[in-house]
Ligand binder design. Structure first.
Ligand SMILES: Cc1cc2nc3c(=O)[nH]c(=O)nc-3n(C[C@H](O)[C@H](O)[C@H](O)COP(=O)(O)OP(=O)(O)OC[C@H]3O[C@@H](n4cnc5c(N)ncnc54)[C@H](O)[C@@H]3O)c2cc1C
Length: 598
């Protein structure tokens, strides 16, 4: 009887795991579990394409390491010492065929099939193709008997693609979320989660195999390749060594990776604290563990599945009828957004990453048509946004939280994304890559899909959506509790009414980098002689012109900022972009530090 090799990917769990269960059923429980830290995604040299940011910084790498440790423990304890074979800084398409060949020739263990869950986006699918090609090549050279590749859908979505009604199927889906949602809510069912394989029927390999030791911390997989390590010594605010959500006491939630922690979090948010019953009212919060579910990091790594969550929501409604309200539906609604982005990625493929986005596809020929928006590529402004030094406190607080912990609330994400794309008019893909580097819950479909929305190049029927970050701060952090937590320069601030002038009263806090005029971005340099203006609330996302208020005060701009502006480089048109950017960042920092000393 042959063995089934289960290749774990973003599905680090044993429950509701179609690949694991199918492998057990088809191989009478003879299972070899494998996990590879793919060096293109999580490794000492993995970098994003445009911005050259670390592809996986410390918080997520740490969360991932914990999830792998947890999976290894679960397999060992539930399945009589079963060993999870782990490989670091490696490529699945090299490691897996080599392992299968060695097992066959040296241990007389024949692997009949490799089981895994199919992914959606091109980088992940390319790995699947490379693995298939490598196994075929070995087979053709006679070095390996035939091995079947069993790609399964798994439970990464709430609705299974096969269960979508015809009008909402992947090939046919309407491009607007609301239309799609109405169709699926009416015509699709949600499958029950699968059980974990019965321990009595699982057989671990009766020998120990050589592989890498399971990493104990992020540094063992990414080394110093993280944005925190690069920025720690040059941001003028505290960024702890090996920043993670647990190390930094200002965290919103002390995230720990893994299926066990996911179950604890789901239990705590539902039956534990009943916070779920208040979700609709609290979901736009910025501070604390309970304003939203915080399930996204676990979903991203597959520590829990949307179908398991749905089952818990239904059970909660049944067992706590007195708490039943709109909130459980609202969480389901958000999970449907997640599905929508995933099915959109299946449908439109790489358009998810195009500068002109899915709008280009909808408008016809993707190469020719599409909005002709020109994005700025100002390295200095980008750097100020990344390091939480824009002079707009809501943006800065959120960006610092992200850098220090890997977490940012949904409200925060919408604001910082709108600010980057609509106020600074910087290429949205750089923002998306920054999130890719840092977010604990990074998920290609949700991340790039949401960024396209924010930038107005997605499937959003309202492409002019804009968040007024001053007004948003007034609405969602009126007392400034959140901003004070992350901005020590403004620790004693109690009056948030003159946001554009905070630096005049708190000199350590930077002056605003722009006047925040949506659609007419102006550097302070450009506007130095213009009368001061502050934005007064036109409705967020409104089409109307913004009103300005004359204050008559002369504008004063610190010298270091002028220097920063003149030092800007076009990082994408520059062949040696990353080196120039780094040099430029250093110039900005030096100027900033000099200005602080004076
Ligand atoms: C610019 C930008 C980038 C984003 N990048 C990501 C990302 O990389 N990964 C990610 O999971 N989410 C992303 N989101 C969506 C959303 O911000 C997070 O899912 C949410 O903040 C996670 O917190 P939570 O689990 O407490 O969510 P809750 O509010 O409790 O929602 C429950 C679940 O619904 C899903 N969900 C909620 N909102 C969205 C949404 N807008 N899009 C897709 N799914 C949603 C998530 O799986 C979430 O866990 C992004 C949003 C924006 C505006």
């Amino acid at each position: 009887m042959s063995w089934g090799l289960v290749w774990f990917r973003n599905d680090l769990r044993v429950r509701d795991h179609e690949a694991l269960l199918t492998a057990c059923l088809e191989h009478a429980g003879r299972i070899i579990p494998v996990y590879v830290f793919d060096k293109r995604q999580v490794g000492p040299h993995a970098r994003t394409r445009l911005g050259q940011f670390s592809k996986c910084s410390t918080p997520r790498a740490q969360f991932l390491v914990e999830a792998v440790q947890d999976l290894a423990n679960t397999l060992r304890t539930h399945y009589r010492g079963m060993q999870l074979l782990v490989y670091k800084n490696a490529l699945p398409e090299n490691v897996i065929p080599k392992l299968i060949a060695e097992l066959s020739t040296e241990k007389q263990v024949h692997v009949g099939a490799v089981y895994y869950h199919r992914e959606v986006c091109s980088e992940e699918r390319a790995v699947e193709d490379a693995l298939r090609a490598a196994l075929c090549a070995l087979n053709q050279r006679g070095e390996l008997p035939a091995v079947t590749l069993r790609a399964l859908d798994g439970s990464s979505t709430l609705y299974h693609a096969d269960d979508l009604p015809s009008g909402a199927s992947v090939g046919n889906m309407p491009p607007v979320f609301t239309s799609w949602r109405k169709l699926v809510e009416k015509g699709a069912r949600i499958r029950a989660p699968l059980p974990m394989p019965d321990p009595a029927k699982v057989q671990p390999l009766p020998l120990s195999l050589g592989c890498d030791p399971i990493p104990t911390c992020a540094r063992e997989v990414i080394g110093d390749n993280c944005e925190q390590a690069r920025l720690r010594h040059r941001v003028p605010w505290t960024l702890p060594d090996d920043a993670t959500s647990r190390v930094d006491p200002r965290h919103a939630c002390p995230f720990r990776g893994g299926e066990s922690a996911a179950q604890e979090r789901v239990q705590a948010y539902t039956f534990g604290t009943d916070a779920i019953a208040r979700y609709k009212a609290t979901r736009n919060g910025l501070l604390g563990t309970e304003y939203s579910t915080k399930w996204s990091p676990y979903l991203a790594l597959g520590n829990v599945t949307p179908r398991q969550l749905y089952a818990v929501l239904r059970r909660y409604e049944t067992e706590r009828p007195e708490k039943k309200g709109i909130s459980t539906y609202w969480v389901l609604f958000e999970l449907e957004w997640r599905d929508f982005f995933r099915f959109t990625a299946m449908r439109y493929g790489n358009a998810l990453f195009w500068r002109r986005g899915l709008q280009a596809v909808l408008r016809g020929d993707p190469q020719v048509a599409g909005p002709s928006k020109t994005w700025r590529q100002d390295a200095v402004l980008l750097d100020r946004w990344q390091t939480g030094m824009t002079g707009f406190p809501l943006v800065d607080a959120n960006q610092r939280e992200l850098l220090a912990t890997g977490w940012m609330s949904n409200r925060g994400r919408q604001n910082v994304a709108s600010f980057l794309t609509k106020d600074l008019e910087i290429d949205w893909r750089l923002g998306a890559e920054w999130f890719e580097s840092l977010l604990l819950d990074y998920d290609a479909c949700s991340n790039y899909g949401n960024w396209q929305y924010a930038a107005g190049v997605g499937l959003d029927p309202r492409a002019d959506r804009h968040f007024d970050v001053i007004r948003q701060a007034r609405m969602y952090d009126p007392e400034g509790h959140y901003m004070r937590r992350w901005l020590p320069e403004l620790e004693s601030c109690t009056d948030w009414s003159q946001v554009l002038h905070l630096h005049e009263h708190y000199p350590e806090y930077p002056a605003p980098v722009v006047r925040h005029l949506h659609g007419g971005r102006k550097n302070l340099d450009d506007a130095a002689n213009a009368p001061k203006c502050s934005v007064r609330g036109t409705k967020s996302g409104s089409r109307g012109r913004r009103q300005t208020k004359q204050t008559g005060k002369p504008h004063r701009e610190p010298g270091w900022m002028r220097q920063a502006h003149t030092g800007a480089v076009d990082i994408l048109d520059n062949r040696d972009g990353s080196a120039a950017l780094e040099q430029n960042r250093q110039t900005v920092l030096d100027a900033y530090l000099r200005s602080q000393k004076r």
